[in-house]
Design a protein around this ligand. Structure first.
Ligand SMILES: [Zn+2]
Length: 126
């Protein structure tokens, strides 16, 4: 791969992801049903792109049957659209896993909580 290959990227307007290769764009369109793509030339001056995504990990504690269990969430956050992509979700306890995954309300709460944290962090930045 030549370094110049990375100077031109496709930007997804719907989630803020960038792609260096057309094949990735096609995969993304199929997978996420996002169709609005823009080709950007990073060499051009004055081109203002939304921030690249941030990747992070968060740990949430739950008390289950008097025992402390945790959910560890690895995520990618796209500030331009507010989208959160869950890369990996792990549970320290299989009971907690089945409790959470059977409870869509709880899943939504976790999603909201993470979203709120990320939004606050974005605003806190100088
Ligand atoms: Zn997209």
């Amino acid at each position: 791969m030549h370094a110049d290959d990375l100077k031109i990227v496709w930007l997804c307007y719907e989630c803020g992801r960038r792609f260096a290769f057309n094949s990735d764009v096609e995969n993304h369109k199929r997978q996420y049903k996002h169709s609005k793509m823009k080709l950007c030339n990073l060499r051009a001056n004055g081109v203002s792109l939304p921030p690249w995504f941030t990747r992070g990990r968060m740990s949430l504690g739950f008390s289950l049957n008097g025992k402390m269990s945790r959910i560890i969430v690895e995520y990618e956050y796209f500030p331009s659209s507010g989208a959160i992509n869950y890369v990996d979700v792990r549970y320290t306890d299989s009971k907690l896993e089945s409790t959470v995954e059977d409870d869509s309300e709880m899943m939504r709460n976790i999603d909201n909580y993470l979203r709120k944290l990320l939004t606050q962090n974005m605003f806190a930045r100088p």
